[in-house]
Write a protein that binds this ligand. Structure first.
Ligand SMILES: Cc1cc2nc3c(=O)[nH]c(=O)nc-3n(C[C@H](O)[C@H](O)[C@H](O)COP(=O)(O)O)c2cc1C
Length: 210
């Protein structure tokens, strides 16, 4: 598939049919993450593909526990909104496969250099975007495109990270591991609409300085 076909036509899919992606399809997706650029080529990431529904449900339970802490403290309007948002955090239990994207521990070299050179924490924060998180983003986008190229739909999800502490226990992750996203993957359901999300016009987001 032409790269532009994938970039132009990929869209978020939140409803899947009963097809279960093969391990080869999932491996190809994770291989696309493996080949992504990363800050100083650190590759401090791991990707856990989960077919097992019991584990997916345990993860969702951990997210719901966090909502139980959030919701009682909200005003009525916010509460109603957050109740709806909940579904966007846990629908991955209905996805045939999910990939949990984990950033593993690493120290950004240049941050250490700036600390040694006595730059303040505030200055370092401004000068050093989170390059490891950015690297995760690149790897994840590669995976979404790779899924699309194999006729699979996907949804990049950050909301599940609300259940991070419990999910880390469910998945036996290390203390220092950071869950950055979950990707839901499967064949798009036949009744999903053709609608695309609105995108800002190019002129609004672009500037060319000659
Ligand atoms: C960093 C990131 C986090 C997201 N988190 C969620 C999420 O938790 N739940 C969800 O349903 N969609 C999530 N999305 C999907 C966005 O809602 C979706 O990409 C956006 O509405 C644009 O639609 P499109 O992907 O079809 O272009 C996330 C997307 C990104 C890039």
């Amino acid at each position: 598939m032409d790269i532009f076909e994938a970039v132009d036509n990929r869209k978020t899919i939140r409803k899947f049919d009963s097809y279960i992606p093969t391990k080869d399809e999932i491996k190809r997706i994770i291989n696309s993450a493996r080949l992504a650029p990363s800050a100083m080529n650190t590759q401090n990431w791991k990707f856990i593909a989960i077919y097992n529904n019991e584990i997916k449900n345990k993860m969702a339970d951990e997210i719901l526990k966090t909502y139980d802490r959030i919701i009682p403290n909200l005003d009525d309007e916010t509460k109603a909104y957050v109740e709806r948002y909940k579904a966007h955090s846990t629908f991955f239990t209905k996805a045939p496969v999910i990939i949990v994207c984990v950033e593993t521990e690493a120290k950004a070299f240049m941050n250490g250099v700036l600390e040694m050179a006595k730059f303040s924490e505030e200055e370092i924060k401004k000068m050093r975007p989170d390059s490891f998180l950015l690297s995760m983003g690149g790897a994840i986008e590669n995976m979404l495109l790779s899924a699309y190229a194999q006729n699979l739909g996907s949804c990049w999800m950050v909301a599940p990270v609300l259940g991070v502490d419990g999910i880390k226990k469910v998945l036996n992750l290390d203390e220092t591991d950071k869950i950055t996203s979950v990707i839901a993957i499967g064949k798009p359901a036949s009744d999903i609409s053709d609608k695309r999300s609105n995108k800002k016009p190019l002129d609004e987001i672009m500037e060319i300085i000659e």
